[in-house]
Design a protein around this ligand. Structure first.
Ligand SMILES: [Ca+2]
Length: 453
């Protein structure tokens, strides 16, 4: 550094000296194409030249050194960059390692968890097996208990079997004895069979005689029937078969149908003309109308008060000729109404006294028969012929009637003096009372009359 400073100082002196020469009185001309050596040959000493040489060499060396330094600096910079890259790569490698380790660790954890789940499943299975084993042991104990009981039973049965064997042996002896007696009986039976055969032969002869006798009897019966029919025909001409002959009478009379004994009827001629035969009447609660099939078939009650004439008589009366039906009704307030039908007929007992025909309706009470009671069979508490598939209407409401399921009328229901009943169980004629089935009538009479026109 000191020599460099010195060189600079010398160079400065030279420059000052050049300026000094130029600024003096004498103008020195220095041609531009002269080299330093030429210039120096004029005013420099050989020593100074040495310094110049040294300075030039130093400068060259210094320039070379500067280049080197620049190269070194570039290399150092590159080296630093490479170091940075290496550090970055190392960091990345370290991160990757870390990641790989973490993934391996997670894989191990997952694997361990799977193992734990498997172990837990195995443990649960073993626990179930243990539970099952305990159950089985309990069952085995129960079976052993049952086995012991059965063994006891078997012992008891063995004793019982021995007793039965003893009894069987005794029975066998008795059986042998009985068999011997049976054989004796067989022998007796054979003897009796011979006797029976003889009796049968005799019987056959007697049966032949009997058949001949029966044939004679039938012949006589036929003759008797013919005579009876002729007698009936003759009697019919002179005996009343309805109330028609009792003109204007309202009283009881005897009538007789073609094939019946005479019987008493109540004739009515003060309601709607002459000659009606009463077949039903309700005036008070003195008679029980909740009766059996047989009672309704044969009839019951008092002809002068409450009664039902009987289905069999009504059937026979309406069988041979057309009849009118007249129904007279009265409520608790004293109001009266009527319903009239021009072709009334009921079937036989085999037909359950079905209401076969009513004909045309007329009247003031409304028609409470045609729509629901026509073509219905008669039902009583002990004979359910109605159209109600679940119940017996007669049993529900009392009395007998041509119930459907169960219909709009029922004149044989219970008698309620105050005119009010439980729904449907009184004397009902719904069309008159606007279908109020709690109104029970306090009077009714049904009467029939042969049609004369
Ligand atoms: Ca029924």
């Amino acid at each position: 550094m000191r020599s460099s400073g010195f060189v600079v100082f010398i160079f400065w002196l030279l420059l000052q000296g050049e300026s000094f020469l130029a600024s003096g009185d004498r103008e020195i001309y220095l041609p531009q194409e002269l080299s330093i050596e030429d210039q120096c040959s004029e005013y420099c000493f050989s020593v100074v030249k040495l310094f110049f040489d040294h300075f030039i060499r130093s400068k060259v060396a210094s320039d070379a050194n500067g280049d080197l330094k620049n190269k070194i600096y570039l290399l150092e910079t590159q080296l630093k960059n490479k170091d940075e890259e290496i550090k970055l790569k190392n960091q990345q490698i370290a991160d990757k390692d870390e990641q790989i380790k973490r993934e391996q660790f997670e894989a191990k954890i997952n694997s361990s968890e799977a193992e734990i789940i498997k172990l837990n499943a195995t443990i649960e299975k073993n626990e179930l097996k243990s539970s099952r084993i305990i159950d089985l042991e309990t069952q085995i104990k129960e079976y052993q208990l049952q086995l012991n009981n059965k063994t006891e039973d078997i012992k008891a049965f063995t004793v019982r079997i021995k007793l039965l064997e003893t009894e069987t042996n005794k029975s066998r002896d008795e059986l042998i004895s009985t068999k011997e007696e049976i054989e004796k009986c067989h022998a007796k039976i054979k003897d009796q069979e011979v006797e029976i055969k003889h009796g049968q032969d005799q019987l056959a002869i007697k049966e032949g005689l009997l058949k001949a006798f029966e044939s004679t009897v039938r012949e006589k019966e036929s003759q008797f029937k013919n005579l009876t029919s002729e007698t009936e025909l003759l009697r019919g001409k002179y005996e009343a078969s309805s109330c028609l002959p009792f003109v204007n009478s309202t009283n009881v009379h005897s009538i007789r149908l073609f094939d019946t004994d005479p019987f008493i009827v109540h004739c009515c001629s003060n309601v709607s003309g002459s000659g009606w035969t009463l077949i039903q009447r309700r005036v008070n609660a003195n008679e029980n109308f909740n009766r059996s099939w047989t009672d309704y078939k044969m009839g019951f009650g008092d002809l002068r008060e409450n009664f039902f004439l009987g289905l069999e008589k009504i059937h026979r009366m309406t069988l041979l000729q057309p009849h009118e039906l007249y129904i007279q009704l009265q409520d608790v307030n004293g109001s009266t109404r009527y319903a009239r039908y021009d072709d009334f007929k009921i079937g036989s007992e085999e037909e359950a006294y079905e209401l076969i025909s009513l004909g045309k309706y007329s009247g003031t009470a409304g028609d409470s028969l045609t729509k629901f009671q026509l073509n219905m069979k008669f039902s009583t508490l002990d004979r359910d012929n109605d159209a109600n598939v679940k119940r017996n209407c007669a049993k529900m409401f009392g009395g007998g009637w041509w119930f459907s399921a169960c219909g709009r009328s029922h004149l044989n229901g219970n008698y309620y003096k105050d005119g009010t009943c439980e729904v449907r169980d009184g004397i009902i004629w719904a069309t008159w009372k606007d279908y109020d089935f709690t109104i029970s009538l306090t009077f009714s009479q049904m009467m029939i009359r042969p049609k004369t026109l």
